[in-house]
Design a protein around this ligand. Sequence first.
Ligand code: SF4
Length: 339
Amino acid sequence: MKIAMYLKKRRKPCEVFATVGTKIPQGLTRPLEIFVTTLFTWNLKGVVKCIQFYADRFPRARIRVGGIAASLVPEYVTSMTGIVPHKGLFGKAEAYPPDYSFTFNRKLNASITFMSRGCVRQCRFCSVRVHEPEFFVKNNWQRDICLTLPAIVFWDNNWLASPNLSDDCDRIEKLGKTIDFNQGLDARLYNKTVARRLSFLKLNPIRFAFDYASQERHVLRAINLAKQYSKSEIRVYVLYNFKDTPEDFFNRILLLNKHGVLAFPMEYRKPTSEATRFPGPHWNTQLLRALKLSLVFYYRKGMITQSRKSFQSIYGNTAKQFVSKLYQIYEYDKSLKRQ
Ligand code: SF4
């Protein structure tokens, strides 16, 4: 959407078309350039098909590829298409607001923006350091806001690390819109001052991340502060399938459940072009499959709700029971397929 706006503003006269996949937009006949953006690495095979489709239909057009997945596995895109992808942010387009006229057949109810890019941390499982290696703040993010949309979604990786935090809060408050931080807030940086400052914003839900067992102290403090200063629903992303064990993962979701907050398990996936799941060193395909099944069949939107009773009956009371219950779920699902 930002590239579309950049092209419209800088390459006049310029007509921009946008689509998802291989559906040629109505009216597009002889494009000069085709920009292909990518998101998930496991979908890169589909992206390659798409590139080949457009290269075949429009052999005279210059095709440019970028986005997160292409930045993470550029050699795959090059080997399959001969195109060297652009790595990281597309600097020229960064300065422009998203073109909200492109909704891709979805009802858009929120503006999308970033108050910062990159992150001050270097978590080993996270790809931000590859596609956004520099941490910097954006002073003109308000230009991205579409005033007719009722909400704003911030896609920052770690806004709480921003030196502009207080000014940003003032600006958000003035806009008076409902906001969401899609990527979660860094619990280590969520202190009393921040909790108080954020309590003046229309922020619901409040999301944190609980990636490692060693973050327990910070996460619990953040949850308690959020409860004290806000009435918003608290959701916590819980990473698994990285270096953790199923037992460690269980202990983290149990803790969250006991504290009455929603847990949102997030599976770590290796950045490869393969759609196949790779179990982490302490997980296996049965456990991964069973966990996904449990989230789909017992819960909605992949989130473990606050109910202690449901939690106990689905996952048990101990890490040992958790693992055994997951194997039972896996076997039960397998038996259904045999019928
Ligand atoms: S704090 Fe979050 S965004 Fe930053 S490196 Fe870690 S996981 Fe990535």
